[in-house]
Design a binder for this molecule. Structure first.
Ligand code: HEC
Length: 174
């Protein structure tokens, strides 16, 4: 019996290690079946099925966003994640929750305390053009903003990130 309980421990440790490593390469489960995301520690990331659904909506986006690399956009969002949530009803963090921000006037999320720079700025609706300039260099787009982000210089990374934001914030084209 000793050896079988040792085996259980080994299996448990192995599956823990596999869980830790799964963002790198998905580890197959012991019986060879594909792993699922059901043990994912991050509830915001609802897993592969949700990613596939979001990618399917890419085609409905306006050009050039319909040709974006959505997976790269998701990766680029790592730059924003520490300050912004995207899901409906999620909390403001350092920056406002971004659900539904596209097509809404700048600095209009209820309950979020924007800087004077944004409050007093031109309250254009957020569209792809304004968003692209903002992400490229927030301080140039709106001098005095309190968004502490240096800017994303690569145009393709910005395209991919904007497409990702469109699919994740409830944006409706048109
Ligand atoms: C260090 C924290 C931080 C990071 C990183 C950050 N933001 Fe922000 N963001 C803010 C803050 C703070 C504001 C409010 C700015 C103000 O009031 O001047 C803001 C505002 C915004 C707004 C305007 C929202 C509105 O309601 O008008 C958008 C859009 C935005 N951020 C997108 C992004 C994206 C996309 C990224 C990643 C490329 C990003 N932010 C990275 C903190 C951050």
């Amino acid at each position: 019996m000793r050896s079988s309980s040792a085996l259980v421990v080994v299996l448990a440790v192995t599956s823990l290690l596999a869980a830790c490593g799964k963002s790198e390469t998905p580890a197959p489960s012991a019986d060879g079946a594909p792993t699922t995301a059901s043990d994912d520690a991050a509830p915001a990331d609802t897993g592969a099925a949700a990613d596939a659904a979001a990618q399917a909506t890419l085609a409905s986006l306006p050009a050039p966003y319909n040709a974006a690399d959505w997976a790269n956009g998701k990766k680029q969002f790592a730059r924003c994640r520490s300050c912004h949530t995207l899901g409906e009803g999620q909390a403001d963090m350092t920056g406002p929750n971004l659900h539904g921000f596209l097509n809404r006037p700048m600095a209009s999320k209820p309950g979020y305390n924007y800087s004077d720079a944004l409050k007093e700025g031109e309250h254009h609706p957020w569209d792809a053009t304004h968003l692209d300039a903002w992400i490229e260099n927030p301080r140039a787009a709106h001098p005095g903003t309190k968004m502490a982000f240096a800017g994303l210089k690569d145009a393709e990374d910005r395209r991919d990130l904007i497409a990702y934001l469109m699919t994740e914030t409830g944006y409706k084209p048109g």
